[in-house]
Design a protein around this ligand. Structure first.
Ligand code: ADP
Ligand code: NI
Length: 214
């Protein structure tokens, strides 16, 4: 399948996400695509499927499409309109539907290509970029960056997420620090270990500065 299809898809996704402010802006897609390419190369996964699924992975997100079904239908129509071969189309759709499924435990990725794209998406939530995204999201939601009076919770229910106060630093414990152990591929595990160490050293410095000790 062709480079031209990838380029057309980039234009399509960039246009769709240009006003997106829920943490799924075009440059999140840009980074996930780059990561997916690098991981795919190391792991011997199919380049076309990984890149296309990375580019389209957030189009079916409820926050963007309204419902997952509507989003998946839109992705299908897009792939048909640029004449992606059926066998590739089905694999790309299958990856995106597994990734955007939010209910309960996410089902395990069946294919290497799916594992690569899921790893790439999760890697973009940790490291320096992950820290930046978390503080940006918290600011947009009107949360404090940190509040010593809000207990740190490692596990939150959906209701707690909706109803209780949280902070940017809380989100590290709720989610970011757990992502390292969810990586599928060997190369992503290596990158995740480095990004995780960066999160930990950031927190150590942060709490030191908080008490005027660093
Ligand atoms: P995705 O759909 O990419 O799995 P989310 O939509 O949950 O991720 O979040 C996108 C980004 O927004 C994350 O990388 C994270 O940094 C930030 N984010 C999500 N939820 C919170 C939260 N409760 N507090 C702070 N940041 C958050
Ligand atoms: Ni994403």
């Amino acid at each position: 399948m062709s480079q031209l299809m990838i380029e057309k898809t980039e234009v399509f996704v960039k246009e769709k996400l240009k006003d997106e402010s829920s943490g799924h802006d075009w440059y999140h897609i840009y980074r996930v695509k780059k990561l997916a390419e690098n991981i795919a190369e190391q792991e011997g996964a199919d380049h076309f499927i990984c890149v296309m699924a990375a580019l389209l992975h957030d189009i079916a997100d409820e926050k963007i499409a309204g419902t997952e079904e509507k989003g998946l239908q839109e992705v299908r129509l897009w792939l048909e309109s640029i004449a992606v071969e059926n066998q590739y189309l089905e694999q790309i759709i299958s990856i995106i539907s597994t990734m955007s499924f939010k209910g309960g435990n996410q089902s395990a990725m069946q294919t290497l290509e799916g594992q690569v794209v899921q790893d790439a998406d999760r890697l973009d939530a940790i490291g320096a970029i992950g820290i930046g995204r978390t503080f940006a999201y918290s600011g947009a939601k009107g949360q404090l960056m940190y509040d010593p009076e809000i207990p740190v919770r490692e596990k939150m229910t959906k209701d707690q997420y909706r109803n209780e106060k949280s902070t940017a630093v809380n989100h590290f414990y709720e989610k970011l620090l757990k992502l390292k152990n969810t990586m599928n591929t060997t190369y992503a595990k290596k990158l995740a270990n480095e990004r995780h160490a960066f999160l930990e050293s950031f927190l150590e410095q942060f709490f030191g500065e908080w008490e005027g000790k660093k």
